[in-house]
Design a binder for this molecule. Structure first.
Ligand SMILES: CCCCCC/C=C/CC(=O)SCCNC(=O)CCNC(=O)[C@H](O)C(C)(C)COP(=O)(O)OP(=O)(O)OC[C@H]1O[C@@H](n2cnc3c(N)ncnc32)[C@H](O)[C@@H]1OP(=O)(O)O
Length: 292
């Protein structure tokens, strides 16, 4: 059902599925997946690199989310690809997380459609059969950080401006239970409690120390490191690795799947509150003023 909704959104957005299907194909040359998702397939290695290209900050708009979901599904179904690197086409920003404008001044039906797409992307990432490695080449707050936490391994560029974390409380909003669970599964309960309550954004050395990322490397080595990690993981027999991943993660995704509709309703009523709308608008204003 979610994919049908996603395709509906794409078609309304004027994205041609035929073009996108071709983009995620097995050809060895670089192709453009759609407007916002670039895919660089290396069929011989069985690895594809997905590059986010949704300027200015790769925020997760509904259209971008939908393109990512469909691209991941195509790669998942194409047995050529066993590993995927997620990275940004614009070094400096991995992803600014959920697009604030999608959560501001819209109607409940839009919020519901948006949240279903956010859930769908997480589900696709978290239990993917493929080996997913995040090559984090820029700042990665909130939903951007969630994407990387949903991968199997995270490599972060060593630049003090590239902070990662779930900073929702700083916006006056609350990370949902499945964001929390993803973080807890990665860094443990106590560290998550502190990070979530304070909305901490960790610079590289601290991110490594707390376990938000697995490796910090010089900026120009992020992609090559991700590649060599995937190559090591590819040496493990797929069925054994996949079953183990599922054993580790399925309870977490099942928890969302069984209360998916309730989670959407909860999001819609929370985000529609006047007080939350005001907080988000103030936050957007603050971002604008930062420039002037
Ligand atoms: C039960 C209810 C549960 C609710 C849970 C909801 C969960 C939400 C999770 C989220 O992901 S919320 C989003 C959180 N994201 C952030 O806090 C990031 C905010 N952005 C930044 O900190 C910075 O922009 C940056 C990413 C560090 C980049 O900094 P830089 O200086 O390079 O760019 P800016 O000048 O700040 O931004 C350029 C441009 O982009 C706009 N923008 C930035 N972030 C977002 C965003 N998340 N959504 C939409 N737009 C964004 C910014 O306003 C600027 O726009 P302008 O028009 O050019 O001024």
């Amino acid at each position: 059902m979610a994919l049908v909704a996603a395709r509906g959104t794409l078609l309304r957005a004027g994205v041609r599925l035929g073009t996108e299907a071709a983009a995620c194909g097995r050809n060895g040359t670089r192709r453009s997946a759609s407007h916002r998702v670039l895919v660089e397939p290396d069929a011989a290695a069985g690895i594809a690199t997905i590059k986010f290209k949704n300027p200015p900050v790769n925020s997760l708009t509904l259209e971008f989310l939908t393109e990512l979901i469909i691209c991941l599904e195509k790669l998942e179904n194409d047995k050529t690809f066993r590993g995927v690197i997620l990275t940004s086409n614009s070094p400096g920003i991995f992803s600014a997380g959920l697009d604030l404008r999608e959560m501001c001044g819209k109607n409940p039906a839009h919020y519901a459609e948006y949240w279903r797409a956010v859930q769908e992307l997480w589900l696709k990432l978290y239990v993917s059969n493929m080996i997913l490695v995040a090559a984090i080449n820029g700042a990665s707050p909130a939903g951007g950080c969630l994407m990387s936490l949903s991968c199997d391994y995270r490599v972060l560029a060593d630049n003090p401006r590239y902070k990662v974390g779930l900073n929702e409380t700083l916006l006056g909003i609350v990370a949902p239970f499945w964001f929390r669970d993803t973080l807890v599964n990665t860094i443990g309960h106590r560290a998550s409690e502190r990070a979530l309550q304070l909305g901490l954004l960790f610079p590289p050395a601290e991110a490594l120390q707390v376990g938000m990322v697995d490796q910090v490397v010089p900026e120009d080595q992020v992609h090559s490191t991700a590649l060599s990690v995937i190559t090591q993981w590819l040496a493990i027999p797929d069925h054994a690795r996949q079953l183990t991943k599922s054993m580790m993660r399925k309870a977490t995704t099942d928890n969302l799947i069984k209360q998916r509709e309730a989670d959407i309703q909860n999001f819609v009523s929370f985000i529609s509150r006047d007080s939350i709308q005001k907080s988000l608008q103030m936050y957007i204003e603050k971002l604008k003023q930062k420039k002037s």
